[in-house]
Design a protein around this ligand. Sequence first.
Ligand code: 3NM
Ligand code: MG
Length: 528
Amino acid sequence: ERITVGSIDYSLYLVTGRDLLPVGKDYLETLEQSLQGGVTVVQIREKNADTAEFLKIALESQTICRRYKVPILINDRIDIALAIHADGVHLGQTDMPVSMARSLLPKGSIIGVSCNTKEHIQTAVEDGADYVGIGAVWGTLTKALTSPIIGVRGVGEMLKSLDGTGVRAVAIGGIKSTNALRTLHGTISTTGHALDGIAVVSDIMNSADPLASARSLSSTIRAFKSYSAQVPSASSVLSPEHTAESIKTSVSSLLGIIKSLKPLVHQITNTVVTNQSANATLALGASPIMATASAEMEDLSRVSGALLVNMGTVTDKEGMLLAGHHANLHRKPIIFDPVGVGATTFRRTVANELLNAWQASVIKGNAGELGALANSEEVKARGVDSVGKGFADPASFVKQLALKERCVIILTGITDYVSDGSTVIKLDNGHELLAHITGSGCMVGTCVAVFCAAAASTVEVRTDKKLVDGDMLSGAIGGVLAVTVASELAAARPDVFGPGTFLPALIDELYNLTPDKVIEQAKVEVIE
Ligand code: 3NM
Ligand code: MG
């Protein structure tokens, strides 16, 4: 009997690849063990087999799949699908068109299409495909790719085109148990559209223990599906309505927590500001650790309260990738400061790679940097400084970017804008001397990390509902206010004559900052 379209579970989609079997491993045994491990749909993909061999493999595979009541799809070959009464076919962009395949196959057959672009998706929807395979989400050695790697955030953009269509989606390409959760989380679109499943070849076919590999992927998917995806991940949508007063109150209480808890804040930052950022951390009452070696990232993620990744000088990308990975695993907030991201193609590539590999809780940048991250045509960057007048509508820019990146966004400037995707807050503190010292922006990133460490530490029961629990919006605002309010107090001192005397005074004022001073001095406006 065949399986009807509606009942297909796309959760763990195995695409076969006999050439990837480890030496001595039997194909059918591997297939059966993967089914025992939780594979929910199988596509037989045979790129080099003659018709007779393809038929034999397909039939033998089908016998096993039927025992597990798992549907079987045939890659490309309509004739093979017809011959064995398969449940459907999977078509590539250079295979037979969906409508023609539909006319040849029995009614109710499943037809899926490989899609690498939004245009492919739109065509697949119009042609009446049942599902799409979106790839490649990560790099893969299994197939020679003909189009660029899409990345988790790119897949999210493509999923939006499926809203309201009923067409299902899996991602494919380089998915492993180590990145499966990031794949599922990171691909959620700004409209909340999530993947129906993930498709793998090598993580199962090339495994020494296919049952264990399938089981690991399967349990990740089940965990992900057991709660409804939340957009944005760091949102405060569950909190009551924000007012300027409530925000000032949470910020000042976070300052108190910093002083009493002294959280350890792990910072990977640039060589220009390392010492200054460490001093700012200490001044606020927290404890800095400026570690960059890959080998210590896992240990640090257990003990630190938050992770700052500042891209000012990219010397250890592997360390940044690994630190973020472990911070996500241990649910520690990641504060990303994409310094100068618009300046070079290299930085843009690295920033994308980092954001595809882990989920940030807060991203902070000036107009040039955030414009580059958002591929904005409106604001272009030059060097590490932004140029021009900035965004015509900064409030809606930060809100949209927060939804896209599923985190809190801080847009720094003379006026700072902060959004979690639902609320937008405008902050109007600061002093022009901040622009005359190096690393004042990096200091904001550091202080945000300190406040977010405090915010995350207040959550006693960590549910699995979000990547990071805690009020990241207040953490972000707190970090900005600490530096900008302290800058006003420092500049007003009679012993400050210019940038040289301003910098130590700024550290002093961070050290002397109190909840009362923040409440008294902060200029906070909730504008949306
Ligand atoms: N299609 P692995 S990537 C079969 O991008 C296939 O459409 C892709 O293999 C696409 O899980 C791919 O071993 C290979 O990376 C996926
Ligand atoms: Mg093909």
